[in-house]
Design a protein around this ligand. Structure first.
Ligand SMILES: CC(C)(COP(=O)(O)OP(=O)(O)OC[C@H]1O[C@@H](n2cnc3c(N)ncnc32)[C@H](O)[C@@H]1OP(=O)(O)O)[C@@H](O)C(=O)NCCC(=O)NCCS
Length: 185
């Protein structure tokens, strides 16, 4: 593991850590997959984009109002990158954060994404002391919806034509979890 690679949180199988230079190839491989990008904003993702992304994230710190911080999701045993989860600290109200998540296709269907999101929620409420977590998902993204409900997030909105994806206006669900709900879960 590189010296500068900070670990933010962990579970039995996973680490949420800082991105580092060694992640570029694995990150590019899953980011450029059309299946992974199907309900996401990006398309035609290039290796150069991955290099810029990893360089920026390896130098960033979480919890800065108005910024997105991406945690690398790595297997605890090997430190292999398998995906990422995002923390967007809102500029107007930094006690509310938005999260996002992506997993390489070959690591899906094993409960890793929901394990990573539970670790992230723990970090957000226990360490960062946030008031509320929100997440948006394309209404067609069944795997994402199942994950959000599996970790206990509550659907609190259906936003019509809220997002431009691959040339189409698509509906999104907004999910949320309050600190009080997290504590009483
Ligand atoms: C959304 C996404 C992260 C979900 O990944 P995932 O692997 O399906 O999610 P989970 O970690 O919750 O895994 C759950 C699946 O693993 C299975 N599983 C196997 N072993 C498991 C275990 N030990 N614990 C829990 N679940 C396990 C579950 O049965 C479930 O399968 P099912 O969905 O067929 O019922 C993934 O589809 C993805 O990266 N998509 C592309 C990016 C994207 O669209 N992100 C969302 C943007 S809002």
């Amino acid at each position: 593991m590189e010296k500068s690679e900070k670990i933010y949180a962990r579970s039995s199988r996973l680490l949420l850590r800082q991105f580092s230079q060694q992640d570029v190839d694995s990150f590019y491989l899953y980011r450029s997959s059309p299946e992974v990008a199907k309900f996401q904003s990006w398309e035609n993702y290039q290796y150069h984009d991955a290099e810029i992304f990893v360089r920026k994230q390896s130098q960033s710190v979480p919890n800065q109002p108005g910024t997105w911080f991406q945690f690398a999701i790595a297997l605890a045993e090997t430190n292999q990158l398998i995906g990422d989860c995002a923390l967007h600290t809102l500029l107007a109200e930094p006690r509310i954060v938005e999260i996002g998540f992506t997993l390489a296709e070959e690591h899906q269907g094993k409960g890793y994404a929901s394990e990573a999101v539970r670790v992230l929620l723990n970090y957000v409420f226990n360490d960062l002391r946030k008031h509320k977590v929100i997440a948006f998902t394309d209404v067609r993204n069944e795997k994402s919806i199942r994950l959000l409900e599996r970790v206990g997030m509550r659907r609190e909105g259906h936003l019509l034509e809220n997002y431009m994806s691959k040339g189409l206006w698509v509906d999104e669900y907004q999910y949320a979890l309050l600190e009080s709900e997290w504590k009483n879960r």
